[in-house]
Design a protein around this ligand. Structure first.
Ligand code: UGA
Ligand code: MN
Length: 335
């Protein structure tokens, strides 16, 4: 018995020595052991780093909402609502004129179109054109009242009043700022006028207009980024010698004043633009010029065009009686 125990102890010892030897062979020198430890912990470290990266990415995603964020910082106000005011009146070329303008404006995002009919009623054919633009719009009728010239002045006045009393409805929930532009129904507009000039107006933006004021182009004269005068032929001494198509004002300027179009404008020599802008409390120093940067090949983004009234041949030239309206064969023409 006792011998058996001794024998088993010796066996066990031998065994332990064997194991130690074997293990040493397996595990090798102490440096190798460290290496293996590192390898083992390295997997943990790698795993932790991966987990951290995943958590970081997830929290970044949470911080950045999936809906668009409108940055309100100065100079990055790209989400201003453009409010275009258009007086319009019945004439043979009005539908095609409005059609061209509607086709242009329908390319512009974040634009509310206010159309004011110089008449007591709105016209279904005009409304159909507006509907097809898919733009948010307001179409109302205000016939020019006594004392006002029949040139869109009263209609623009009514539009300004409408803007002031329906501001939040026009801006909608996505817009905090807006820009007001008076776009007549017969001009020719480049879409970049809206996207590159009007959208960026912080106070008062002014740019060149083609074929206006008895000359080929009227433009602000810019020196060192500031408007010092106006390159115009007609009435250059005006504080703002600019056509209606050549400027836009930030909505806050409109809301901070009660200026409207009066029945006359002596300071403008009959033209209404300088009176409105002066009455809004604006100075030449407030002007932000657009499109003057290049030395040559400067582009004109709005043209003061006018569609000529077609010469409709009377059915009976020799008759002294008033000619009946031309046959439209069931088609709608404002003849
Ligand atoms: C020029 C300017 O471009 C106008 O912005 C300015 O109002 C006008 O002079 C002026 O002196 O008061 P012009 O091209 O000669 O305009 O005029 P129109 O284009 O015939 O009329 C200006 C706007 O008023 C148009 O949108 C037109 O549809 C509208 N209008 C004209 C009316 O609403 N009722 C009218 O009887 C005539
Ligand atoms: Mn015109």
């Amino acid at each position: 018995m006792f011998g058996d125990k001794l024998e088993s102890q010796a066996l066990q010892k031998g065994c332990e020595e064997d194991i130690e030897k074997h293990c040493r062979r397996c595990i090798g020198k102490p440096t190798m052991r460290t290496m293996n430890k590192l390898r083992k912990y390295g997997i943990y470290v790698l795993f932790c780093m991966l987990l951290f990266a995943m958590v970081f990415q997830f929290s970044a995603d949470l911080r950045q909402p999936s809906y668009p964020v409108f940055k309100l910082s100065e100079g990055n106000m790209t989400n201003r609502m453009i409010i275009v005011v258009t007086p319009t009146y019945k004439r043979m070329t009005r539908i095609p004129d409005m059609l061209r303008m509607a086709n242009t404006l329908s390319h512009i995002k974040d634009l509310h179109w206010i159309i004011v009919e110089d008449g007591n009623k709105t016209v279904p054919a005009v409304r159909d054109i507006l509907e097809r633009t898919k733009l948010p719009y307001t179409y109302m009728g205000h016939k020019t009242i006594l004392g006002y010239p029949r040139r869109g002045w009263y209609q623009r006045t009514m539009a300004l009043k409408y803007i002031r009393s329906n501001t939040s409805q026009i801006l909608g929930k996505d817009h905090e700022e807006g820009v007001v532009y008076f776009g007549d129904d017969d001009n020719s507009y480049d879409t970049r006028l809206f996207t590159e000039y009007i959208r960026n107006v912080k106070t008062l933006g002014i740019w060149a207009v083609g074929l206006v004021g008895g000359t080929v182009v009227e433009a602000p004269k810019v020196v060192g980024g500031k408007v010092t005068a106006f390159n115009v032929k007609w009435n250059p001494k005006r504080r703002f010698a600019v056509d209606m198509a050549g400027f836009a004002v930030n909505l806050k300027v409109v809301l901070n004043s009660d200026a409207v179009f009066g029945t006359a404008c002596k300071r403008g020599g009959g033209a209404p633009e300088t009176c409105l802008l002066e009455d809004m409390g604006l100075e030449r120093e407030d002007i932000e010029p657009f499109g003057y940067e290049k030395d040559k090949d400067r582009e004109i983004l709005v043209w003061h065009t006018k569609t000529s009234t077609p010469n409709i041949v009377k059915s009976n030239k020799n008759s002294t009686k008033k000619a009946p309206p031309p046959d439209t064969f069931g088609y709608f023409v404002e003849a």
